[in-house]
Design a protein around this ligand. Structure first.
Ligand SMILES: [Zn+2]
Length: 271
C-alpha cells in the first residue's frame, strides 16, 4: 500500500501507515522514503523524486511560471478554479509537473516529475505544455530525458484540451526520437489513464517502482466490459513486466544508479 506524506507528518517523526512503525524523518529520507521495517513505499512528490535522482544542487527548474487557465469555467462539486487554488496552496506549485535540467551522477539530463498531490497528478494543458517544452529543450540541447510519472490520467476539468495533451506530448517525444536522444520513463504508483496511454509508455526504456498500479482503465470497468474476472496482480508492475509491457522494475533506492547506468550505456560509454 502507498500513502501520502501528509502536512501534519512534516514533523521529526513519521508513522508508516502500513505497519504503524514510527521512524525518524531523516532516517526515512535516507532510506528513500521506504519503510525500513515493512518495505512500504511512502508516496512522494515531484521535489522528492528530483532530489532522489538529480545530483545535489544540480537541478535548475524551467517553465515554473506557466499557470493553468479555466477556459471551460468548469465545475462539478466544486469550481475548477477553486480546486486549482487549493492544490497550489497545498503543494506550492502552479501545476502538477516540475521539470528542469540537472546532472545525474555527472551526466547532464532533462528531468521532470509529476506530482500526485496536485489534483492526482492529472495532465491538463500546463502539464502537457511543460512536458513538450522539456522534450524540445532536451532535443535542442542534445540531452537525454527522464520523466517520473504518478498520475490518474487526463484532467477532466479541462475536457478535450486535456486529451489533446496526449497527442502533443507524443509529438514532442517523436522529435526527441528523431534527434536520436533517449527518453527514460519511470512509472510510479499510480500511472493510469491518458498519461499511461501517451508519454509514459513512449519511453525507450520504461521502468517502474515495485508494485505500482499501472494501466489505462480501472479493473472494475474492465471486468464489467469483458465480463471476466481479472487475474491476480493485474495492472501491477510485476504483472506488466511478466507480460513484456515494461522493461524493468527498479527499487526506489536504486533509481538514480540505474538511470545513470542506462544513460552511460545509451551514450555509448559502457557496455
Ligand atoms: Zn512500515
Amino acid at each position: 500500500m502507498f500513502f501520502f506524506i501528509k502536512k501534519s507528518e512534516d514533523g521529526l517523526w513519521m508513522k508508516c501507515a502500513s505497519c504503524n512503525d514510527i521512524t525518524y524523518r531523516k532516517q526515512l529520507v535516507a532510506n528513500s522514503y521506504v519503510c525500513a521495517k515493512c518495505g512500504n513505499y511512502f508516496r512522494i512528490g515531484s521535489k522528492e523524486y528530483i532530489n532522489l535522482i538529480a545530483d545535489e544542487g544540480s537541478f535548475t527548474e524551467y517553465f515554473s511560471e506557466i499557470k493553468p487557465a479555466d477556459p471551460l469555467k468548469f465545475y462539478d462539486v466544486k469550481k475548477y478554479a477553486k480546486k486549482l487554488k487549493e492544490a497550489r496552496k497545498k503543494t506550492g506549485n502552479n501545476d502538477a509537473f516540475i521539470c528542469g535540467l540537472c546532472s545525474i551522477n555527472g551526466v547532464a539530463a532533462a528531468l521532470g516529475a509529476l506530482n500526485f498531490a496536485f489534483m492526482g497528478g492529472s495532465m491538463g494543458s500546463v502539464v502537457g505544455e511543460k512536458i513538450s517544452l522539456l522534450a524540445e529543450k532536451a532535443a535542442g540541447e542534445k540531452l537525454p530525458l527522464i520523466i517520473v510519472s504518478a498520475s490518474g490520467g487526463a484532467r477532466m476539468q479541462e475536457g478535450i484540451l486535456s486529451l489533446m495533451q496526449m497527442a502533443k506530448t507524443s509529438g514532442a517525444l517523436a522529435k526527441l526520437a528523431e534527434a536520436k536522444l533517449p527518453f527514460i520513463s519511470v512509472l510510479t504508483n499510480p500511472t493510469t489513464g491518458g498519461v499511461s496511454a501517451s508519454f509514459a509508455f513512449l519511453g525507450d526504456i520504461i521502468m517502474s517502482e515495485p508494485k505500482a498500479l499501472i494501466g489505462f482503465a480501472g479493473p472494475r470497468v474492465i471486468e464489467q466490459t469483458i465480463r471476466q474476472k481479472l487475474p491476480e496482480g493485474f495492472q501491477r508492475a510485476e504483472f506488466l513486466l511478466e507480460k513484456g509491457q515494461i522493461d524493468m522494475i527498479v527499487e526506489r533506492a536504486e533509481l538514480k544508479k540505474k538511470i545513470s547506468e542506462l544513460l552511460e550505456f545509451l551514450k555509448g560509454g559502457k557496455s
